[in-house]
Design a protein around this ligand. Structure first.
Ligand code: NAD
Ligand code: GDD
Length: 328
């Protein structure tokens, strides 16, 4: 039997790094491409190309064969501190849209059928996410469109691009809407980190008896999906007959203050919460998993706490490692 091949765009990133490991464990020959290597783990890809997917020539050179599976995860992205300040809007839209236009067209020209595209829950309309206890993120609530960030508008445009190639060019692209993915080997400092990693870092660094800063009143809600379950849902969707768009997220909704309390309890420290102004995004968001359960006969189920324990352990370890390096 010939070995299956996969291309992972954004393989130097958080989810891409985990996906490469998964595909290797399944026996694939994997090419990764990214602007950079992953900062936290050596890549397991057979071939790793450092390249800029905004450049058509780079994209054509990495899409040089009929890969069995292509995963397009490369994007200019970050957490609330990156996408809700407004300062990065032009770059986010330009960079991510250019990547998607290039990768999809190169795949079409190579006669590749299956491309996975990672959209985001950020494409859902703001008006359905005003009530923190009752957000509506059912897939069919996407229109009339009204995302609260340019990042979300780019995701919506690109979703439509992939589905248009399905309709007009006979492709079989698959579109998922990820809901806040977290876990080890993700960004945990520098401004692009999301709430789970940011809160783990703050708690790990805080002295016993002190406080940590949490943006907003802490009553805003989200759900968070552990990266292994995200990768599971991703490969299942790509290999299924369902094109999506479909949510890949957890239905375990929690307020941000309760998430902070969970991390504090995991740490065993005596720490209080100081709510301060900061970029907040939508008031409430939760995955709605009815469609994925119906179409893929699968939905994630790991409790949030299990993943947060692993993530806190990993970030604490990174901080300790750095501390020891400085001391040596
Ligand atoms: P990430 O930032 O860790 O990974 C994205 C990777 O894309 C980075 O390594 C980056 O260097 C690379 N990249 C950016 N511009 C590039 C370019 N011009 N050429 C080549 N590579 C480039 O993010 P992630 O958390 O792994 O997310 C992966 C995908 O999933 C992204 O498309 C993101 O928008 C989407 N998504 C993620 C989440 C989440 O919570 N992590 C939620 C919704 C959607
Ligand atoms: N990042 C961060 N850091 N967020 C904090 C912090 C902090 O120190 N303190 C409180 N928060 C609050 C934010 O104000 C926001 O209301 C909430 O935690 C969640 O923030 P993030 O995890 O950064 O982002 P998000 O859920 O609003 O959006 C993320 O998820 C989308 C998919 O669901 C982003 O990563 C998007 O890029 C992604 O597409």
């Amino acid at each position: 039997m010939t070995q299956k091949t996969a291309l992972v765009c954004g393989a130097g990133g958080f989810i891409g790094g985990h996906l490469v490991k998964r595909l290797k464990s399944e026996g694939f020959w994997v090419r990764g491409v990214d602007l950079k290597f992953n900062e936290h783990a050596d890549t397991e890809a057979d071939d790793f190309v450092i390249g800029d997917l905004r450049e058509q020539s780079v994209v054509r050179s990495v899409v040089d064969r009929r890969f069995d599976e292509v995963y397009q995860l490369a994007a200019d992205m970050g957490g609330a501190g990156y996408i809700f300040t407004g300062e990065n809007d032009a770059n986010v839209m330009h960079n991510s849209a250019t990547i998607n236009l290039n990768v999809l067209d190169a795949c079409h020209k190579r006669n590749i059928k299956r491309v996975f595209y990672s959209s985001s829950a950020c494409m859902y309309p703001e008006h359905n996410q005003l009530d923190p206890d009752n957000p509506n993120c059912a897939e069919d609530s996407a229109y009339p469109a009204n995302p609260d960030s340019e990042y979300g508008w780019e995701k919506l445009f690109s979703e439509r691009l992939y589905l248009a190639y399905n309709r007009n060019h006979g492709m079989e692209c698959r579109v998922a809407r990820y809901h806040n993915i977290f876990g080890p080997e993700g960004t945990w400092e520098g401004g692009k980190e999301k709430a789970p990693a940011a809160l783990c870092r703050k708690v790990a660094l805080a002295e016993d008896g002190s406080n940590i800063e949490v943006w907003g009143d802490g009553l805003q809600t989200r759900s968070f999906l552990y990266v292994d379950e995200c990768v599971e849902g991703t490969t299942r969707l790509l290999r299924s007959e369902f094109e999506g768009p479909v949510n890949i997220g957890s239905e375990e909704m929690i307020s941000i203050n309760d998430l902070a309390k969970m991390v504090i309890a995991i740490s065993g420290k005596d720490i209080t919460i100081n709510n301060i102004p900061g970029p907040e995004g939508v008031r409430g968001r939760n995955s709605d998993n009815r469609l994925i359960a119906e179409r893929l006969n699968w939905a994630p189920e790991q409790p949030l706490k299990t993943g947060m324990e692993k993530t806190f352990g990993w970030i604490s370890g990174e901080i300790a490692r750095r501390h020891n390096q400085k001391a040596a």
